[in-house]
Design a protein around this ligand. Structure first.
Ligand code: SF4
Ligand code: SF4
Length: 749
């Protein structure tokens, strides 16, 4: 969908639908909507191929987080109920809720007979693979996930919370039975909304409890409050003949709610006939709201194609940067700079921040996603059905099924490739060898969110949560589709930041989702820019693969160095690409970057390079000519990069800042942040390429795969190796004159 009007002046708390323009009937009573209907039917035994049959574990995990421990002290947050409500709404929109509103819980909404998810009665001991349990970076995440599974959440008692946050998930277009890849996703709109709504609600309930307020999640599978009555009370629905409906999406939505002791604004019910008050402005998208003319998501576009016109991007046989496959070494997980930090290689401070995952959990919104992330780890793998279901021999059809399913569930971009051996880690964190075990990789990209990125510096208190949100969604969607593949009798394993056996970058590149950018170890996509995180499913299911793409990024990045200029620690090269481990790339100094992200005291993590890159596209019509031009007309690229600065792209837009600057102390108590990174564009490069000191660590400068003791990096040697690195042209020339590629693992090649 291309919009006519920018949403830059629309505050983040207002969301995509102009609910704030609808008339309210203050003080109107909410009539009881009746007790909940028949129990929600999640599974679809009559449709054995439906994804509904694999959602149970995920719904159960979210329901287990409906209650939980409340922080002993209340966080320093504003007193104003309106400000609090807007903050929570902003959080829900950030997590991709379609609509969110708050209300006082009316008596009519308190159920006398609760909706009970009986599968929660027992504790669930989930099995974590040794790699996850031993991953020192993620051990706290795993612990919080285990704790979530151990909760027995059958709740009989009445809910007495006075306030509620009500969250609406709209249905996208109904899949047509005759469209490619539709078989897995027919007849599951309510189940999809239940899954996605429960994810948002679980995070918000965790968050409120971390702020020191009791909170309970109510879903279609477990609730003590009537969700329909709450939607009426919060003005997300109006009474109509034969039930209730939403002015913008009719009856096509699912609901969850989070009740709480935190005093919130009572939005009030809608006035009668408010649907007719939507008006022409809404239809046009005036003021940046989602235009009515666009209709529901995926109207006019098949699901397996995805939202973005990737089919129009030029495909090529090889990635646009040289990858000398014979020269790419397989590396152990111990070489990952974050694992190195957790092992103490970067000193005590970095180790402290990483071991408890504190660089994320110190900010409560980021922390609220951690139990979800940790809880989903054991769902990444599992038993494969002993018999293969017939009908899955056609790689093209299988790829369409996988893509349609992932796009329908909410992926932003999906690509498929073969997994080259060098994309597998050589050794796990416990030192055990990893042998390649699957042939194909399904790569899922999740946009970190344009609007929130607009409001952020890139390295402030939302930055860590931005990564976690995208990782969480990728893990959720990848986990669901991986479970489906295993159910059909084919091996499949999800790989997430919490537990993975593959490196993501070569797979993103090979599956045609982007080109390597100046940011270095980051692939950039023409439609979501560098602003995404990835999740991977590896599998034996036969799949048609995608080809790499060429949209002119190598030339664009040659003419632009905004990310290098804006990086707070000068970790991105101003100079040219070099050969590193068989890859041609702008090699960043990962030690500098990792140190900055892990120990950032005025924020949580960092993604400033992503935030300031000109390839962040809002999606309005006016941007189209520039995007087309950047992709097809080389002589305009330098000019477009300069114009991006001229119009102030990459600055902080305060209207999009919905979050609070919250940190936590050494006891885990939430406190007001003492410092916050608030940055203006610097415009002028702080140094030239020849003055910049960068280091790199080829395998022979990194610790051995089983090094248990801290192995501090040798900075001097790292500088020397960077200096001695060859350009791609020199590398090719040497190879052509019978250079021995086996000696090429270091940067001297
Ligand atoms: Fe620099 Fe931050 Fe990007 Fe790392 S994440 S390269 S520190 S801007
Ligand atoms: Fe390339 Fe410029 Fe984006 Fe950096 S900021 S990745 S140089 S386009």
């Amino acid at each position: 969908m291309v919009r006519l009007f920018s949403h830059r002046r629309r505050p983040a708390w207002a969301g995509s639908f102009p609910l704030e323009r609808l008339p309210r009937a203050a003080g109107a009573a909410v009539p009881p909507t009746g007790s909940p209907a028949a129990p929600f039917e999640l599974e679809a035994p009559q449709r054995p191929g439906s994804l509904r049959n694999v959602l149970r574990d995920y719904i159960d995990l979210m329901d287990r987080m409906r209650n939980g421990p409340v922080a002993p002290a209340v966080a320093p947050i504003p007193d104003s109920p309106l400000e609090r409500s807007r903050h929570l709404q902003g959080g829900c929109y950030y997590l991709d809720a379609s609509m969110a509103a708050t209300c006082r819980v009316p008596e009519a909404a308190r159920l006398t007979v609760p909706v009970t998810n009986v599968s929660l009665a027992e504790e669930q001991a989930r099995t974590y693979a040794p790699g996850a349990a031993d991953n020192r970076m993620a051990e706290n995440v795993v612990a919080e996930g285990r704790e979530a599974w151990a909760r027995s959440a059958v709740e009989e008692e009445r809910c007495e919370h006075p306030f509620a946050l009500v969250i609406l998930t709209e249905y996208p277009r109904d899949p047509r039975a005759d469209e490619p890849g539709a078989d897995w996703i027919l007849d599951m709109q309510a189940a999809r909304a239940a899954l996605r709504g429960a994810e948002v609600g679980a995070v918000m309930a965790n968050y409120l409890r971390m702020l020191g307020f009791d909170a309970r999640l109510h879903t279609v599978t477990a609730a003590e409050l009537d969700l329909d009555a709450l939607a009426l009370a919060a003005g997300l629905a109006e009474q109509r003949d034969g039930g209730s409906g939403n002015p913008f999406v009719g009856r096509r939505f699912g609901l969850v709610a989070v009740s709480t002791t935190l005093a919130l604004e009572d939005a009030g019910p809608l006035a009668a006939g408010s649907g007719s008050a939507r008006g022409f402005k809404w239809w046009l998208g005036w003021g940046g709201a989602r235009p009515g003319y666009a209709g529901e998501p995926y109207r006019g576009r098949d699901y397996h194609l995805g939202r973005y016109p990737m089919e129009r991007v030029k495909r090529v046989a090889e990635p646009t940067t040289l990858v000398d496959e014979q020269a790419v070494p397989r590396v152990p997980k111990r070489h990952d700079m974050f694992i190195r930090a957790a092992m103490g290689d970067l000193g005590e401070k970095a180790q402290r921040e990483l071991k408890g995952f504190r660089m994320i959990t110190k900010s409560p919104f980021g922390h609220a996603m951690v139990p979800v992330l940790g809880g989903m780890v054991p769902l990444q793998y599992g038993e494969t059905a002993p018999e293969r279901t017939p009908g899955y021999d056609d790689p093209k059809r299988n790829a369409e099924l996988v893509k349609a399913a992932l796009y329908y569930l909410g992926a932003d971009m999906v690509g498929i490739c073969r997994v080259p051996d060098y994309a597998w880690y050589s050794h796990d964190t416990d030192g055990s060898p990893i042998e390649p075990y699957h042939r194909y990789a399904i790569v899922i990209l999740i946009d970190q969110g344009y609007e929130t990125m607009e409001g952020a510096s890139g390295d402030d208190w939302i930055s860590g949560a931005q990564s976690m949100r995208a990782y969480m969604r990728a893990q959720l969607l990848g986990g669901v589709v991986g479970s489906q593949i295993r159910r059909l009798g084919y091996g499949a394993r999800g790989h997430s930041v919490m537990d993975q056996d593959v490196l993501h970058i070569p797979l993103i590149l090979n599956s045609g989702l982007g080109e390597l950018s100046r940011i270095g170890e980051l692939v950039l996509n023409p439609f979501v820019g560098p602003r995404f995180k990835s999740g991977i499913i590896t599998t034996d299911l036969p799949l048609a693969v995608d080809q790499p793409i060429d949209f002119g990024l190598q030339d664009f990045c040659n003419k632009c160095s905004k990310c290098a200029r804006e990086c707070p620690c000068a970790a991105i090269p101003f100079g040219d690409k070099i050969m590193f481990n068989g890859y041609e790339m702008w090699k960043p100094d990962v030690e500098k970057c990792a140190r900055y992200r892990i120990t950032n005291a005025a924020g949580s993590m960092c993604g400033r390079c992503m935030k300031t890159c000109p390839w962040n596209i809002e999606g309005v019509l006016a941007e189209r000519p520039f995007l087309w031009s950047a992709m097809h007309l080389p002589f305009t690229r330098g000019w477009i990069a300069a114009l991006d600065d001229r119009v102030g792209n990459g600055r902080i837009n305060p209207l999009k800042k919905w979050w609070w600057d919250l940190d936590s102390d050494e006891n885990g108590q939430v406190i007001e942040a003492r410092r916050t990174n608030v940055r203006e564009l610097v415009f002028r490069a702080p140094m030239g390429a020849s003055e910049q000191k960068l280091g790199c660590y080829p395998p022979d400068l990194a610790p051995t795969f089983d090094a248990a003791a801290a192995a501090p990096p040798d900075r001097k040697a790292a500088y020397a190796r960077y200096q001695a690195a060859l350009s791609a042209a020199e590398y090719r020339a040497r190879k052509n004159s019978s250079f021995n590629a086996d000696d090429s693992h270091g940067t001297t090649s």
